[in-house]
Design a protein around this ligand. Structure first.
Ligand SMILES: [Zn+2]
Ligand SMILES: [Zn+2]
Length: 252
C-alpha cells in the first residue's frame, strides 16, 4: 500500500469538491518554513521502521490539486510567522512590546492539520479517531473542512502547547513530527516547531494530560514527556537561557 509515488494522482481534498487546475507538487512540509532544514519524520507508512531525516526537497508529492494547494497558502504564511516567533530570542523592550507578536491560532492549526494529512495520505491508518466518513489514509470530510477553514476544531481537538518546566534542547536546523498511533488510528501528531513543541489532537473529547501519559516510548526528552499541555493558550512566553524573552499572543 502505499508508496505515494506510484499512486495515480488524487487530491486529498477531493471529497469536499472544488478541485481545479490539475495536480500541484505540494511539499509535504512547507518549504518556505524550513528552507535549509531537515525534517525528521517517523511512524508513517513510508518510514515505519525508523526515523528518517529527509531534506525538504525530498518531501514533495502530487497530493493536492493546484486550486486546493493555493487555498492553503494563508495557513502557510501564518505558520511561517509563528515559527519565526518561536525561534526568536529577542530581548524584550521595557514595555514588553516586540512589534507584531500575534498569531492567528486557527490558521496555525490549519497548517498543522494539512501537514499531518500530507504525511498520512495514502497510508493505512485512519487520520483521527471516530470521524464520520474516515477511511485509512484519507482525511474525513470534517478534517478537510477544518483544513480549509470552513469549520473550526471543537471538542478539545486542535493545538495543545507543551510547556515544559525544564529546559529542553532542540536541533536548530531540524523539525520533528510524528503521529501517535493506537489500533490503526492516528490520535494526534507531535510537532517540534523549532523550540516550541505542540500536539495536534485528533481524538474528539479526549486530551492527554501529558504526552508521557499516552506514549512512553517516543524517544523524547523526559521534560517533554512530562510537560504540561495547554489547549489553545491565549499567550505563551518563549524562553532563552531560562529567561522569558518574548510574549506571543494567540487568537483563537
Ligand atoms: Zn483538490
Ligand atoms: Zn511547496
Amino acid at each position: 500500500m502505499g508508496n505515494p509515488h506510484n499512486r495515480k494522482f488524487k487530491c486529498w481534498a477531493a471529497a469536499c469538491g472544488n478541485c481545479g487546475e490539475g495536480p500541484s507538487a505540494e511539499h509535504l512540509v512547507s518549504k518556505c518554513l524550513f528552507p535549509e532544514g531537515v525534517v525528521r519524520v517517523s511512524g508513517f507508512d513510508w518510514c515505519k521502521q525508523e526515523a528518517k531525516s529527509i531534506g525538504i526537497n525530498g518531501l514533495q508529492r502530487q497530493i493536492l490539486c493546484k486550486a486546493h494547494n493555493s487555498a492553503l497558502s494563508d495557513a502557510d504564511s501564518e505558520a511561517k510567522k509563528a515559527v519565526g516567533l518561536f525561534q526568536r530570542s529577542a530581548t524584550p523592550t521595557k514595555d514588553g512590546s516586540l512589534g507584531d507578536n500575534k498569531i492567528d491560532g486557527q490558521k496555525l492549526e490549519r497548517w498543522l492539520l494539512k501537514t499531518a494529512i500530507n504525511l498520512s495520505y495514502g497510508g493505512n491508518l485512519h487520520i483521527g479517531i471516530g470521524m464520520n466518513g474516515s477511511m485509512p489514509g484519507l482525511p474525513s470530510p470534517y478534517l478537510i473542512d477544518v483544513a480549509f477553514g470552513r469549520r473550526s476544531f471543537s471538542h478539545l481537538m486542535g493545538v495543545h502547547f507543551l510547556l515544559p518546566d525544564k529546559a529542553t534542547s532542540h536541533s536548530p536546523s531540524e523539525i520533528i513530527m510524528f503521529p501517535l498511533i493506537k489500533d490503526g488510528n492516528i490520535g494526534g501528531f507531535y510537532f517540534e516547531l523549532r523550540s516550541q513543541p505542540v500536539f495536534l489532537n485528533l481524538f474528539p473529547g479526549h486530551a492527554p494530560p501529558t504526552l508521557g501519559a499516552v506514549a512512553e516510548k517516543l524517544g523524547l526528552q523526559q521534560a517533554l514527556l512530562d510537560a504540561k499541555m495547554v489547549y489553545r493558550p491565549p499567550q505563551i512566553a518563549t524562553i532563552s537561557n531560562s529567561m522569558p524573552t518574548s510574549l506571543i499572543k494567540l487568537k483563537w
